[in-house]
Ligand binder design. Structure first.
Ligand SMILES: [Zn+2]
Length: 180
């Protein structure tokens, strides 16, 4: 498996989890390109159950829906909760996969949703460097997730993810954020 030598986790790294996540995240990166062409933001998330069934998938639509909290993770969580008819996803043992590290809002959204594991692609420092998006203040968040029983794996297939972000910027798409 290429591109996963720098994977980090808040548990002993399980290569089978990395391999499964890499497949899903690469697929999301591919799908995301089509969404970007339709005016969506450059982030995409999906939620799967423990048997590998897709529960929800969504791209960021902050700009095209005029909503600042429509990040991919929030959209996917909203869809999953609607589909399952609950505000508490914890009994379902769900994992969230996302093309880049969640921002500070989405970390909160993930914690309150009952999601049990998070797998992400490009780390926030790279997202900020490439795009200029503000990812917020979130020191040592994987440790906070450990305390809450949420598994974290990050920096999965980062090269593919960085390419999508660079293409988004070079195509001149919006770097949306509030003015200071
Ligand atoms: Zn976010």
């Amino acid at each position: 498996m290429s591109g996963n030598s720098s994977v980090i986790a808040n548990e002993k790294i399980d290569p089978s989890k990395v391999a499964a996540a890499a497949k899903i995240i690469l697929d999301l990166q591919r799908e995301l390109k089509k969404y970007i062409d339709k005016g969506y933001g450059p982030f995409m998330a999906a939620i799967y159950d423990a048997d590998g069934n897709l529960i929800a998938r969504a791209a960021n639509n902050v700009v095209n829906k005029s909503c600042s909290n429509n990040h991919a993770e929030m959209n996917a969580i909203r869809l999953a909760e609607k589909k399952l008819g609950t505000y508490d996803l914890s009994p379902y043992n769900l994992s969230l996969y996302v093309t880049s590290e969640p921002c500070m809002m989405c970390l909160g959204g993930i914690m309150w949703s009952g999601i049990k594991a998070v797998y992400y692609g490009v780390p926030s420092d790279k997202v900020t460097k490439i795009t200029g998006f503000d990812e917020g203040f979130k020191p040592n968040w994987p440790i906070e997730f450990t305390k809450r029983g949420i598994t974290v794996y990050g920096q999965i297939e980062t090269a593919a993810g960085e390419r999508v972000l660079k293409d988004y910027v070079s195509a001149g798409h919006s770097i949306y954020k509030p003015e200071k």
